[in-house]
Design a protein around this ligand. Sequence first.
Ligand code: MTE
Length: 306
Amino acid sequence: MLIRRPSELAPSDITSPALYARRREFLQLSAGLALATALPASAKLGPGKASTLSTTETPTPLKHVAGYNNFYEFGTDKEDPAQYAHKLRTTPWTVSIEGLVKKPKTLGIEDILKLAPLEERIYRLRCVEGWSMVIPWLGFPVSTLLKQVEPLGNAKYVEFITAVQPDTMPGVRRSVLDWPYIEGLRLDEAMHPLAIMAVGLYGDTLPNQNGAPLRLVVPWKYGFKSGKSIVKIRFTDKEPTTSWMKTAPQEYGFYSNVNPDVNHPRWSQATERRIGEFSKRKTLPFNGYAEQVASLYTGMDLRKNF
Ligand code: MTE
């Protein structure tokens, strides 16, 4: 349903040859991991419409994007998710959207895929640990999903709750984090056009280790704000306590906007290393998206609200 014939494509719809070379790399990689066979046929994705919100920086090679991950449900080593996440059951998959809304709904992933045309968004991802990547996501604005349930006037925050599958996720047997993994945004942050729900990357379905079948991507915040494998979305009037805030409140705040001037208590955030490169580069305020998002925080002291 999402794959269009070549005659229907405008030049701007066509993904660059470099991306397609990487897509081939992905298919080779995923053949080995049997990812493609684990996915429902309906989940095969097309290239996606290119977005003006994309960075022109070179995407990080797929072997790093899908091979160097944080997904603690599958273990805390960077290689654990690629090794173990093939067991994650991604079908059937539903997402319930509830709380302070007029029309609570439970949607199947197939219904979610029909809500909007997919766009390719090439975004920088900056991890709080000091590394970064550039990832060509396929997705659609978070606002498209949230509008389905008609949020009430007193809804101020959105909580994103992710899957717990004890039989497929070896990591949830350990109490490194409080499961399920929970993230949260202020409602206006979640409705911002840069915030997307990703269902794919590099022109194909999301690898399980990157949060299949549906994950949040908020490019101006540290990577951990982007919850993977979401099963529930709840609108609230109180700031949600996220998993990282519960585990280490002195280290991880609710906002977690990328900020080179606010150090993590144990290390600097002034620079970052792009995965696959050797030298470090300067970290930019809001991960380089200040022009688009700084106005969301007018009047706030971002040293206190880290
Ligand atoms: N989502 C879940 N459910 N579990 C996790 O452990 N880790 C977060 C975030 N989303 C995490 C998660 C962190 S710390 C980062 S940096 C990003 O996912 C990493 O995304 P990537 O592996 O796709 O690069």
